[in-house]
Each structure stands twice: as C-alpha cells, then as structure tokens.
Design a protein around this ligand. Sequence first.
Ligand SMILES: Nc1ncnc2c1ncn2[C@@H]1O[C@H](COP(=O)(O)OP(=O)(O)O)[C@@H](O)[C@H]1O
Ligand SMILES: [Mg+2]
Length: 372
Amino acid sequence: MSEKLRVGVLFGGRSGEHEISLLSARSVLQALDPEKYQIVQIGITKEGNWLTGADVIGFLTEGNAQSLSEAVLLPMPGRSCLYTVQERDGEEILNALGGLDVIIPVLHGTYGEDGTMQGLFELADLAYVGAGVLASSVGMDKGVFKDVMVARDIPVVPYRVLLRGVFEEDPERVMDQAESVSGYPLFVKPANMGSSVGVHKCRDRAELSAALEDASRYDRRLLVEKGIEAREIELSVLGNQEPRVSIPGEIRPTAEFYSYEAKYHDQSSELLIPAPLTEEETVYVQRLALRAFKAIDGAGMARVDFLMDRETNQMYLNELNTIPGFTPISMYPKLWKESGLDYPALIDALIELALERRKDKDRTVWTYDRGK
Ligand SMILES: Nc1ncnc2c1ncn2[C@@H]1O[C@H](COP(=O)(O)OP(=O)(O)O)[C@@H](O)[C@H]1O
Ligand SMILES: [Mg+2]
C-alpha cells in the first residue's frame, strides 16, 4: 500500500475573518479523502497560538473540551515538520510530529492570506496550497494591487490610498484628498482586510469622516474609491503557470452593498451561475481575470472580483482574493463545480498544484558558484 500524503490543514488565525476561516476549513476537512490523505488539523487561536489534535476545529468552533497540544512550525528547512510543545518539570520540550507533505492554509485576511504565513512555509521549505509571498501580499493590499492593475492597463475605479496617521494629524486635508477622487458616493475601506469589514459607502463629508475613522481601526493604509452602481461579477482561477478560469458568476446582494452581514448572515443574497453576460463580456472578463492573476504572479488559486457599471457595462477589477471562501456555498468552489470540477476534485487539484510548485522551486539554485 502506498503511503498516504500527509496534509496539514491550517485554519482560524489572527484575523477579523477568523470565523469565516473556520467555516471554510470545516468544508475542506470534509472534502479531503481519508483514503488518500492523512489529515493533520492545525488551528490558530485569535491570539495567534497554534494547536493540533484530532478535533481542533470543534474546539475553535464550539469550544469543545479537547486534549490538544500547542504546536509550532520552525523556520528551518531541515526541520520541516510540526512540533508539539510539552511541559515537563518546568521545561518546554519540542516533539516532532512527523513531516507534512503539503499544507493547506485555509486562512483569510491578515497573518494568513497576506504573505506572512507563506513566508514561514518558504523558510520551512514546505509545499503549500495557493499563492506565494509576493502574490499574497499584493493581493491583500487593495492599494498596491490597484497600482499593479493600472500598470498593466487593467481597468479599476478611480481610487487613492490615504494614511491613518496623516488623517489623524490633518483630517480636513485628507478628506479634501478623498473628495478629489470623485463626487459622492465614495467607498472607504481598510487596504488590508476582507469580508467587507470596515467598508463604508459615504454620501457626504460627515459620513466620510466617520468612515475614515472606522476604517482606521483596521489598518494604517486606507483606500477611498469612487462608488459606482455596480453588478458584482466573480471568477475563479486555478493553476500555476498556465492557469484556467471558470465561467463568471454574479452576486445580487439584497443589502445596499455586499456587506459583512450580507455575506455571512443574510441568506437572501442571490448567486447567479453563470452570470447573465453576453458571450463577448464573458470572454473579456475571463481574460482580465487571467491577466490579473499573472500580473501579480498568482499560483494555485484566486477568486477575481469585478464591479460592472450598470450604466456603461464597463468592467472594473475590484479585488483578487488569493484564499477565497471555501464553504460549500462559497463562490470559488461553486464556480468550479458549474465549470465541471466538483469540490473534492478541486481540493485534489490544489494539492497537486502545490506539489508541482514545490518541485519547480527545487530546480532553482540559491547560491552562485563562481567556479562553474
Ligand atoms: N467602488 C465601489 N463601488 C461600489 N461598490 C463597492 C465599491 N467598492 C466596494 N463596493 C462594495 O463593497 C463590497 C466589499 O468591498 P471589497 O472591496 O470587495 O472588500 P472586501 O475585501 O471586504 O470584500 C463589494 O463587494 C461591493 O458590494
Ligand atoms: Mg470583496
């Protein structure tokens, strides 16, 4: 019998999207075929502590009492396995748990989707699902991401990056700068967040002020954008060097915009798959999604989200999520299902891609030998 692949599934995390990560991870854990994979659950608490054990997901979700161990990953290639930390006679002892063949980071937002965690995997020399350090951090920062899109002639709405520290020092000047982007409505968002946390639609200067203040709670970099009346079109990308793209889907939120409540608590938002677009619009938006993925050196997966102006039908690239939601009702797996790839097959494909990328990394020489 061949050895099963040891797969570490990492979830929770120090992020405003901790709970969403748990929902996604539960589905990923259920979809992993136990005949093929040996699953190692690794949960990260909101404080950033790592835990491992048979049912970490149950502990983080419902607080089930469990025998769990604290766990660590070391940033050294020679020690690329998970260690548990045990206390013995007042001393902390590390116990190697055996190697991991691949890690699936089912983490959304800061310290998971933003390149920091990917940096640890790189240092530890572990194969991992999804984007590398660069694409993760560029995909996470809505400001730098839009700068890259502009450089590649991919349309985005008018925007500007503002700094919290400057806003606090001189709010009137920063609000003037924000108003120079466009007339109202304006959207304000933290540059590094997700799930619509801290996102506000502002109709006047008073709302702008309150929005900048609230968004400042979540990041030191803030984005102000022209608010448009838009349809929300999303596509899934899968692959490394030659990625493929799904059919487009559309979200019709019943709320005024696709807010945190609308995303996770209000079941009345509608998903239309495929999005009712013309053939020409479909092909166009698919090409933009692939170009965006390649522009940031994406890998593995991404969900690419567009705003389509209701009046002009112009497509604007809104954001690219390198670790999209993975619940069974999430757009990313749903789009693949409708494109012919069901959820377990999608997870298999992502693991394959992670291993492929790891293999490719091994071909790179890290030192320069002048004698050769
Ligand atoms: N410029 C904009 N014009 C109109 N609606 C917007 C704009 N920016 C964001 N929105 C609305 O806010 C939601 C959340 O913003 P988004 O940039 O996607 O952040 P998040 O990473 O939190 O999903 C979008 O899905 C959309 O409904
Ligand atoms: Mg979004």
